[in-house]
Design a protein around this ligand. Structure first.
Ligand code: FNR
Length: 376
């Protein structure tokens, strides 16, 4: 209601409520290196476009006179009550866009009670984010390192810092082919950006001859040898189960057989995602695979979705196809670039208001009422 009220005289809004248009505004403001690092996709950008095209292929069929004037967006994911089916996706290196980085985005999400997933490539440590003053659930994401002791130490720190669920990203054991980054020579990691969690880790530090503050390139070299280990299989999933007592969500699943493998290996949830189109050029739009994954494992675990969410209608489409909740990536990061914590808050409130209004106009009162019949 507040957002709509502010919108009645457009000048009170900090910036656009059109989250699809926000990318253009940020492009005009932010240097090309960081902008393309965030906005770019793998290769020709075909997967970024496929993510949007997949939403365009579904249309909502609004229903009438169904008494939907009062809505309740709340839902339950992994047994946690959420005020709306929206989470902040793990996005690393947020300090390239705003100095308060993940502290600002986590606080904004918490202000609305929405969970945020802290990237393991974040610019702030687990402990810093934990003490940022947030009541909402905090989840942590892991790039599964080949050094088991470092991995175990990071998981242990996360648990002690109050992160309640683990998101294991399985689509990024090495970076995709990203000409946007290579041609500009812009790699935040090469400057040590996004290394806060490993660099502050006692076990990782014990692997180094000199601390990262004294010899950055040696520390980066040691780190780079860890996550690029490709020799992982579902058998090793038990390592994570052994070192994490809370729920585990596997992020980056597209094929229903992989979803089945993840669940058989002990996952409590799945994120259908193609990493916002950043990994495989020419990949299937993530939404195209959502129904198959829901059919395969939706009865056993919570299926979440990301990659391409920009509007309330997009959220409704993902929910109608069986997602329990969605993760939003670039839009909130653009909000961060525009106005720090207030900018993230504006993006999230705009999205929530859009979901709420659209859901009501479509004739549904809650996410749970939506099913595939709402779409054609
Ligand atoms: C990401 N994403 C990501 N995912 C992850 O598991 N760990 C990470 O550290 C990152 N880092 C990251 C950085 C940047 C700049 C972007 C844009 C994305 C992927 C992210 O969690 C999510 O899957 C996508 O961003 C979702 O797509 P949209 O919403 O950006 O279209």
């Amino acid at each position: 209601r507040e957002i709509v009220q502010l919108g009645k005289d457009g000048e009170s809004l900090p910036f656009t409520t059109d989250l699809a248009a926000l990318e253009g505004a940020v492009r005009a403001k932010v240097p090309a290196g960081p902008y393309w690092y965030v906005a770019g996709g793998a290769g020709t950008g075909a997967t970024v476009r496929a993510n949007r095209a997949a939403f365009e292929r579904w249309r909502i069929v609004p229903r009438m006179l169904r008494n939907a004037d009062r809505r309740d967006l709340s839902t339950t994911v992994l047994g946690m009550h959420l005020p709306a089916p929206v989470l902040l996706a793990p996005v690393g290196v947020q300090s390239i866009l705003h100095q308060e980085a993940e502290l600002a985005s986590t606080r904004a999400a918490a202000e609305l009670g929405l969970p945020s997933v802290l990237s393991s490539s974040s610019s702030r440590t687990l402990e810093e984010v934990a003490s940022a003053g947030c009541d909402a659930p905090r989840w942590m994401q892991l790039y599964w390192s080949s050094d088991r002791e470092v991995c175990a130490s990071i998981l242990d720190r996360g648990k002690r810092a109050g992160f309640s669920a683990l998101v294991v990203t399985v689509d990024t054991w090495t970076r995709g082919w990203r000409p946007h980054e290579m041609d500009r020579g812009y790699y935040p990691a090469a400057q040590g950006i996004g290394m806060a969690i490993p660099f502050s880790d006692p076990v990782f530090r014990s692997r180094l001859a000199k601390p990262p503050e004294e010899d950055l390139s040696a520390a980066l070299e040691v780190w780079q040898r860890m996550p690029t280990d490709a020799g992982k299989s579902w058998q090793q999933f038990s390592f994570l189960r052994d070192h994490w007592s809370g729920p585990i969500v596997v992020k980056g699943i597209l094929h229903p057989d992989d979803a089945r493998r993840a669940v058989a290996s002990g996952a409590d949830g799945i994120v259908v995602s193609n990493h916002g189109g950043r990994q495989v050029d020419g990949a299937v739009g993530a939404l195209e695979m959502l129904p198959e994954v829901v059919d395969a494992v939706g009865a056993e675990v919570d299926v979440l979705f990301d990659s391409g969410i920009r509007t309330g209608a997009d959220v409704i489409k993902a929910l109608a196809l069986g997602a329990k909740a969605v993760l939003v990536g670039r839009p909130y990061v653009y909000g961060l670039a525009q106005a720090g914590e207030a900018g993230v808050l504006h993006v999230l409130r705009s999205l929530l208001a859009d979901i709420d209004i659209t859901l009501g106009l479509v004739g549904y009162r809650s996410p749970a009422e939506l099913d595939r019949d709402a779409l054609r």
